[in-house]
Design a protein around this ligand. Sequence first.
Ligand code: FHN
Length: 470
Amino acid sequence: MKKLIINNMMMKRGFFNFLTMVVITLFLAGCAQSPSEQEKDGSLMDWWSDARFGMFIHWGLYSIPAGEWNGSTGHAEWIRTTAQIPLEVYDTLINYFNPVKFDADEWVRMAKDAGMKYIVITSKHHDGFCLFDSEFTDFDVMSTPFKRDILGELADACHKQGIVLCFYHSIMDWHHPDYLPRRDWETTRTTEGADMERYITYLKSQFKELTTKYGAVGVLWFDGEWENTWTHERGVDIYNYVKSLQPGIIINNRVDKGRSGMQGMTASDEFMGDFGTPEQEVPAKGLPGVYWESCITLNNNWGYNRADNNWKSPGSVIRMLADIASKGGNLLLNIGPRADGTFPGQSIETLSEVGKWMLKNSTSIYGTSASPFSSLAWGRCTVKSDGRNTRLYLHVFDWPEDGILLVPGLANDVRKAYLLAGGKKLEYSGDEGDIVIKVPKEVPDANNTVVVLLIKGKPEVFDTPVIVKE
Ligand code: FHN
């Protein structure tokens, strides 16, 4: 059943394919369930929860100034607001958006080679510019010199390479005349005739385009829900509307008003959203029964900023991925492409290094669940059970100099211990529940060496799981 859903994600565009997908997902769809429930019947969240790792892409007109305006270099995708650029000035950028080096197949290949299973791209960010050919606005890619449907090309590449296509769409819109409020510094831009109901009709028209023109869509990633013109009632309406268009689509909690700030979790069950969205942070503890995804930049900015060279190291990204998976979450790692359609060199390098690690260790990330341990001095743990036995994937960040790796408070019988990369068997011993594993003195992978402990049955750990934030 789950395979069927994933196969549908990969189907080529086209109405027939879409119709088949709708029929199948109408049969399979269900509202989001907790991880324990979803194990019963292979539900909506399966592919997403198993994926653990996706690519975020922030790209648009704001990529042209590359963070700089009137000599200031601290801007990015918010530049229209942070540099207080009048609408009529900002909109002229549309005449210069011509990403001649854009290659959808290459973007998708880099994501896939990094071990990512889905891509979330900005169909429309707060500035209102649409990266797709929309019938309902001229403020879109077809009004640029490029005149190609970027989301259409990315959709083809994703379906061809088996990566799930997802869209980020901003509720807040600094361009559309019907969206309110205006920016507080836009004192001369009239609000005359602005009509939020008409804006919501526009939003719905574009959701229909996004869910009918590009085949199966994995996630609709909402954002910009925080202004007072957006309400819980509107969030519920839009959530249900989008689900009616593609019942198999997953929707984050920023469609409604329940997100608890950058911590990202949903305040209570009354609010809509299939998963929580911590931003630029990882929850301190695993949150059993809650779907969540941390979205994180590679430097300090979502949109491209030429001056921002504060890049995270590949090792820190590898460890962050393991940390998040050990708490039962997903990592959505951001790329801010340049205006010409290329990825920044440092981003390419990091994706490549993460990909090399994933090539040898991805089974310790994909389809795993949260650690049963309270805290592990040397790293993290992810878990995969087959009903009879369980594999504990021990992500060792701090390699023991004495060659002794201690696994505290584990009551299970151990069947085997080995290095995941290469499979080298390891000696182990244990009493009173502390398992001692003899590991090579020389660390195999200084970023994160995964040691596998194969145990009988489900993990029985002496203390409750409170996993310490790095
Ligand atoms: O304002 C946006 C920001 O530009 C970026 O898109 C992030 C990514 O999740 N979301 C909002 C800030 O919380």
